[in-house]
Every structure is written in structure tokens, then in C-alpha cells.
Design a protein around this ligand. Sequence first.
Ligand SMILES: Nc1ncnc2c1ncn2[C@@H]1O[C@H](COP(=O)(O)OP(=O)(O)OP(=O)(O)O)[C@@H](O)[C@H]1O
Length: 267
Amino acid sequence: MQAHRTQEGATAPFYFPQGDEREVFAAAQANGLPLLLKGPTGCGKTRFVAHMAAQLERRLYTVACHDDLSATDLIGRYLLKGGETVWVDGPLTRAVREGAICYLDEVVEARKDVTVVLHPLTDDRRILPIDRTGEELEAASGFMLVASYNPGYQNILKTLKPSTRQRFLAIEFDFPNPEQETEIVAVESGLPAQRVAPLVRLAGKLRGLKGQDLEEGVSTRLLVYCATLIRQGMPVERAIRAAMIEPLTDDEDVKRGLLDLVTAVFG
Ligand SMILES: Nc1ncnc2c1ncn2[C@@H]1O[C@H](COP(=O)(O)OP(=O)(O)OP(=O)(O)O)[C@@H](O)[C@H]1O
């Protein structure tokens, strides 16, 4: 991963902007407003947050949400340490105390009690009640809550309720346009842009099958994997199969159809 220097001299991970998302993020952070990033898997949301946290010189706590993740995992718990019971802050509590950025990746996957915790933090109260210790923490200046979700593959029961989503500013992400994506994949993999361009063309065709034969289109992440394998010397077709065909489907007929697209692009 490439990095470049921020104004203050710290390094920020490479991020190629799709539009004015950096300005929106910076304005949200300056005003203590929560932000929701919507978009398909592997299109740059996590990289964007890491980049912005470094640019704004804020510590970042990232939590990958899953269906077992509870409010306690975020807030903290009492743990037995050397015969004593001590309170240990969870990542959200640490971010609230320190004025850091807390990024909840795929927030809709988390258990319902998580949303209850987020509500008082994401309106003008900006407080985090910690029932177990009786504390009511006011978010330190600089604290920002960022959440992401992929509107595509959630089932209907796993969307955010209006009362939750209307507490967040939101930015929609999509895959970068072909020129941008070629540059991103070239920088990330080290494969020259003219060798990346046909892979990006193929990705565009595979994305056209989303909703018909494929649940999700190929991500920028998989394109980076593919280009990395090719740069390491793997034959193009083998790399495409490993990084852009097999991860997308288990269905043999669909795979054959995808391989026909590869032939159409690469001849
Ligand atoms: N705009 C971009 N600038 C730089 N790199 C990018 C960009 N978009 C995508 N990438 C590359 O794609 C990879 C995947 O992006 P990232 O992990 O941010 O996806 P994501 O949207 O957070 O996915 P998920 O929802 O699955 O967590 C990154 O590691 C990076 O290599």
C-alpha cells in the first residue's frame, strides 16, 4: 500500500477520491456529525476512512460488525485481571473519551442493542451512557462516528431503520470510473496502467451481470489482487480465474459464461 505525506508530515494511506467525499468527511468531523458510507463491498470505503483519519490526525478505531457483535463489545466490560475485577473500555468508549474516529464497518450486521447505544451518540446530545459503570460520557471534541453498509446484499430485515439512518449524513460510493480504477489498481499492485486497463474493462462487463447471474459485481479489491498476481508473474488467465471468477460464483454454468467474457476481452 502506498502512502503520502499529510500537511503535518504524518503519512496517510493512498486514496484516490471519487468526488468531493473528502470535503464532506472533513466538514462532518469539524462539526461533530456522524457519517454513513453506503456502497458495494471492496469499493474503497475502509481505505477512505483510514486516509481521512490520517489526514485529520485523529486516531481511528475500526470495528468489523457481525451478527454476534453486541453493545457490550463496543462499550466495554468488567474483566478479571490478577484476581481483581477491572473495567475495560471497548473501542467505542475509547473513541468517545479520546475524541477519536470510530468506524463501524457493516453496521447492519450488528445486534439490535448496538443501535440503541448509537442513538444518543448520534444526535445533539453526543453522549454515551455506560449502564454497567453508571457513567454518562459526553463525547470529547473531535469524536466522530462513521458507519458503512452495503445496500445491495442485505436482506430486507437487515436495513437500517429510518430513525437510525436519519441521524447520519450519508455519502454514496460506487466503483470508481474506469480511468480512476485503472490508476488505483496500478498504484496498489505495481502493474503498469496499460496492463491494468483490460482487467478494468473485464470488471465492467462482470459488473453488468450483477442481479442476473451474480449477486455482487467484482470489487476493486479483487482487481488489485488479480493485478498483483500478474505482476508477480502469474499468467493472466490463471490470475483472472483465481481473483475475478472463482470468488464470484460456485455455479459451473455461470463460471463458463464468465470465462466467455474473459475471451471476449482478452481474445
Ligand atoms: N479510491 C481508492 N483509492 C485507493 N485505493 C482504493 C480505492 N478504492 C478501492 N481501493 C483499493 O481497494 C481495496 C478495497 O477497498 P476497501 O477495503 O476500502 O473496501 P470497502 O468498501 O471498505 O469494502 P468492505 O465493505 O468489504 O469492507 C483497498 O485495499 C484498495 O487497495
